[in-house]
Design a protein. Structure first.
Length: 427
């Protein structure tokens, strides 16, 4: 791929060359026209010279053939012929004409003077040669200035691209961890948008790296406690002296394994959906069918806790979205609702349009969340005080990230019967 410098130089020098050639061609054409006019005038003067007795002009660059025919005596006179030219046959023309004789083009002037006919002829090649020599003499300064212009273009292009080279060196000298903004001082206006775009990109990289480091640190902190608890529980199993104590310790170990598995699953889901660089493919999604599928997936858990899980006023509502991501969003909302709602409670799902916007809503009649804690529910690993059910505090963080990917708004309010929690996702 050609560099910008090479493209500029080729373009500018090529344009200069075309302009010089065009100017030379126009100059040659103008000089040839002027030469033809002067030469025609000279031919007419030469035709009159023998009659008037004036001496013939002797110009080594003006080669011609002057002939005269006397009709009364039948005599043919060759009054003048330049070196290398031979007499021509009588053409009997009146005025100027251009004709081809023996493969050469001639400019001929004929004039009748009483009983005499005078004919002056000149090869067109002589005129073209003279015009070319004059154009060459006149065009030499033009060629000199064209070369000077080419040298100046090389210098100017090099100086104009110097800030771009400095910018490239500044970017090349950065390390992977050096994401400070580039300075926009002493930059040309054309480069400032590029630098601003690079600074914006580096800021996004910095935010992504910061989020990654924070996620790794939080994950390591959260995994340390359950792993320690698993190790302690395994030691209790090893120390059990009776079958009953061993069975109780194994049950506790199984419960802690379930919690650890749930935590790892939530962490992986959060890592997948938290990345703002992940490209999502949107396609038409029927929210009514999606709700039915999610209810079917959680029906066993709802029945085991005697919770009424269902859909309010089923309807067909189609939006463009990432179906897999919406399924994860609903699974987390329904799982949270079932986990924190008391036995015999109720969890309702809804898909409808509200104020012209598509809406997904999950609400329950559980203990709910106090108002002072609702603003922090979407923080990772945050769990309000007084919670009896175990969890990782990541479900609503995943919900928020998926909603952000869909440019959706999440609204928290009271749930069923003025109690519990209602989570509405407005697209």
């Amino acid at each position: 791929m050609k560099t910008i410098r090479r493209q500029l130089l080729i373009g500018l020098l090529g344009a200069t060359l075309v302009c010089v050639l065009g100017a030379g061609a126009l100059l040659y054409r103008a000089l040839r026209m002027e030469t033809n006019e002067l030469a025609d005038l000279q031919l007419r003067q030469l035709a009159v010279a023998p009659e008037s007795g004036s001496p013939l002009a002797e110009d080594p660059e003006e080669e011609f053939v002057l002939q005269r025919w006397d009709d009364s005596s039948g005599r043919v006179e060759v009054l003048h012929t330049s070196h290398g030219l031979r007499p021509l046959p009588r053409l009997a023309v009146s005025g100027f004409t251009t004709t081809k004789i023996d493969g050469h083009h001639w400019r001929i002037y004929g004039e009748r003077q009483h009983t005499r006919y005078v004919q002056v002829a000149q090869p067109l090649a002589i005129r073209n040669k003279l015009a070319a020599e004059m154009a060459l003499r006149s065009g030499t300064p033009l060629v000199f200035f064209a070369l000077l212009l080419g040298a100046l273009l090389v210098v100017v292009v090099g100086r104009a691209l110097r800030p771009l080279e400095r910018l490239a060196q500044a970017v090349e000298g950065r390390s992977a961890s050096s994401l400070e903004p580039l300075s926009t001082q002493e930059l040309s206006p054309e480069l400032q948008p590029v630098v601003l775009a690079l600074n914006s990109l580096m800021q996004k990289f910095d935010e992504a790296l910061t989020a990654q480091r924070t996620f790794v640190a939080d994950a390591a902190h959260e995994l340390r406690s359950p792993l320690t608890a698993l190790k302690l529980q395994l030691q209790l199993v090893e120390r059990a002296t009776t079958d009953e104590a061993r069975a109780l310790a194994l049950a506790k170990l199984d419960e802690r394994l379930d919690r650890s598995t749930h935590l790892v699953r939530q962490l992986l889901s959060l890592a997948r959906h938290e990345s703002t660089l992940a490209a999502t493919q949107h396609k038409p999604v029927d929210l009514g069918r999606l709700l039915e599928s999610v209810v079917a997936d959680h029906s066993t858990l709802a029945e085991s806790r005697n919770i009424d899980l269902g859909i309010e006023a089923p309807c067909q509502l189609v939006i463009d979205a990432d179906e897999d991501a919406l399924r994860v969003l609903l699974n987390n909302l329904v799982d949270n609702a079932l986990r924190y709602t008391q036995e015999g409670g109720r969890v309702d799902l809804q898909a409808c349009r509200e104020d012209g916007r598509a809406l997904l809503r999950v609400r329950d009649n559980g203990p709910g969340v106090p108002l002072e804690y609702r603003s922090r529910l979407f923080d990772r690993f945050f769990r309000p005080d007084g919670q009896q059910a175990w969890g990782a505090g990541l479900g609503l963080s995943i919900v928020r990230n998926i909603a952000d990917h869909h440019q959706a708004e999440i609204v928290l309010s009271d749930g069923l019967e003025g109690r519990g929690l209602s989570v509405s996702v407005l697209f």
